[in-house]
Structures are given as structure tokens and as C-alpha cells.
Ligand binder design. Structure first.
Ligand code: SF4
Length: 300
């Protein structure tokens, strides 16, 4: 059976994940054991590999022996956690993505100037948990959907600034921002949204191609916000069938029943080697015509 396979670009690690992954690998050369509370990047295969080399995941910072090494994830870390780590004499490896860090700085600046803050995002996601850690005693609200916006108090005569999680679906975020602006016309932002370009570009390529193929495969972990959003974007763009897998091992022969074309994309935390393994695996079973696809409006 012949299948046309579109490999969507960009794929593989974004800059923030590349940085954190490199830091993790470097620190393993210096320390036999490195502790982490949150996965340093949201990819199971990569994190399992780190754990087999000396990373140890713990529930709480209290579980880490004083004087050890700790790595914080690309999603950021709260100042409180940093202080505790310092007090315990831990060697700190801060994997926070520079883009996430600059959003944290903008957030601190806004609340220090007296603004209320509204964060659009998932309050249980590591990035939002870390960001909330910078709120101190300020009034900060987290909204995820239109219902949350309806529940917000009135901000008449008060300065309000909104921030967005970096990995939201761009169209969804726009809908929520529009609704926020309806309710709070004077709301400000530090930028139009904080959705990272790496996230936007992946979503744009998936959106362009999803409706034209029989199957979309998103390579990424179930707890990767980025991977989840790519699946949602593919579905909204009219994809007939979407599957998310961590690696080729999760594929079934039945996934390819009646498939003559497919598109493959990956989350910003998925190592490109996993995608290449997947393509080689599919190629070993089917006659694959591989084509590269990038959304040209993102070429710059
Ligand atoms: S998706 Fe963007 S914000 Fe998130 S780690 Fe990657 S570069 Fe940083």
C-alpha cells in the first residue's frame, strides 16, 4: 500500500526545550543524582531516559537531601521554591525557558505597578503554577473558558493586565481574549498574547494540512500541553482521524486501515529522533512517499 507522508515543520525541540534538555544532559556529567519535582520537559521518553541516567523525580522538595542538585523545568519555578532550594543548600539548575522568564518579569512589573492580573491558562499546568508564585499578595485571576470570565468581578476604575499560557491554541486564546475585552474594555496586555512562536508555527502547519490527509499523527506525551493543542487544532481543522503517540511503539496496524495520506507533527518537547524512528518504522511496513511541508506564511 502506498502512503503519502507529509512531515510538517517545525518539529522537534523548540529553543526553550533544547536549552533545558542540554542543561539536563550536562548536569548529569557533573552529578550522579539530580532531583526534579516537575519533569524538566514534558516528554515521557526523554524523561525516562534521564531517569535511567541519574535523574530522580520527587513529590516534594522536602524529599531532596540537603546539598544535592535540583533541576527546575523549562516551565518555570516559583520564587518560593527557589528560596527553599537555596535554604537547603541545593545546587540549582534552572531550566526555565527565557521566553517564560520574560513573561514572569512582565507579570511582576505589572503587579508591582498596581495592576490586577488575569492569566488565561490551565491553573494546574506547571507554567501557570510557577507564574502564580510571583503574584505574592496581589489580586490575580486564572481563567480558562468563557464561564470563568463571567465569574470575574468588576474591574471598573482598576488597572488590569492579561497574560496567556505560552502553549494555548491561538484561535482559542483569541476567542477568550475577545471575550475578556468585551467584559473589561480597558484591559491591557504586555503583548497581543504570550503564545510562543514555536507553538504558533506548529499549530499553523497542522491547521493547513490536517483537512487534506486521511490521518494526522501528533508525536508527544499525553501530559504535553503543546501536543494536546496540536491534536485539538487538527480536529478543528477537519482532520478525519488524529492520533497522539509517545513513540512508534504505540502504533497499531489498524491505524493505517484505508489510509493513503498522513501528516506527522510533534510537540515542542518531542525529540526529533522519535519522529525519525516513527517514519522509519512506517516506511518498513508501507510504500511511503515522504514530503516536507512548512506553512510558508511562517517563513522569515
Ligand atoms: S514552547 Fe516556547 S515558551 Fe515553551 S519552552 Fe518552547 S520556546 Fe519556551
Amino acid at each position: 500500500m502506498s502512503i503519502t507522508c507529509y512531515l510538517l515543520s517545525p518539529r522537534g525541540f523548540c529553543s526553550g526545550v533544547t536549552r533545558a534538555a542540554n542543561m539536563a544532559e550536562q548536569v548529569l556529567r557533573l552529578y550522579k543524582t539530580v532531583y526534579s519535582i516537575e519533569d524538566v520537559i514534558h516528554n515521557k521518553v526523554f524523561v525516562d531516559s534521564l531517569c535511567s541516567q541519574g535523574f530522580v523525580k520527587v513529590e516534594s522538595i522536602d524529599d531532596i537531601p540537603d546539598g544535592s542538585a535540583i533541576m527546575f523545568s523549562a516551565h518555570g519555578v516559583s520564587p518560593r521554591m527557589l528560596n527553599i532550594a537555596e535554604d537547603k543548600g541545593l545546587t540549582i539548575i534552572d531550566g526555565t525557558c527565557p521566553i517564560v522568564k520574560s513573561i514572569q518579569q512582565g507579570f511582576v512589573k505589572a503587579i508591582e505597578s498596581g495592576s490586577k492580573a488575569i492569566i488565561i491558562g490551565n491553573r494546574s499546568h506547571a507554567e501557570i503554577i510557577a507564574l502564580l508564585g510571583y503574584a505574592r499578595d496581589s489580586e490575580v485571576y486564572v481563567v480558562y473558558n468563557e464561564m470563568d470570565i463571567d465569574m470575574l468581578p468588576s474591574f471598573d476604575n482598576l488597572e488590569v493586565t492579561y497574560f496567556t499560557q505560552t502553549t494555548l491554541d491561538c484561535d482559542y486564546a483569541k476567542k477568550i481574549i475577545d471575550k475578556l475585552k468585551e467584559k473589561i474594555p480597558h484591559i491591557k496586555s504586555t503583548s497581543q498574547d504570550n503564545i510562543c512562536t514555536a507553538t504558533k508555527m506548529r499549530q499553523d502547519a497542522v491547521k493547513k494540512m490536517a483537512g487534506d490527509v486521511d490521518l494526522v499523527i501528533i508525536v508527544g506525551s499525553s501530559y504535553s500541553s503543546n501536543a494536546k493543542r496540536l491534536c485539538e487544532v487538527a480536529e478543528s481543522a477537519g482532520a478525519k482521524k488524529v492520533i497522539r503517540i509517545d513513540s512508534k511503539n504505540e502504533l497499531n496496524d489498524s491505524d493505517f486501515n484505508g489510509i493513503t495520506s498522513l501528516a506527522i507533527s510533534s510537540a515542542a518537547s518531542t525529540p526529533e529522533s522519535i519522529v525519525q524512528d516513527l517514519v522509519a518504522f512506517i516506511e518498513s511496513k508501507y510504500d511511503l512517499d515522504i514530503k516536507d511541508f512548512a506553512d510558508t506564511k511562517n517563513d522569515n
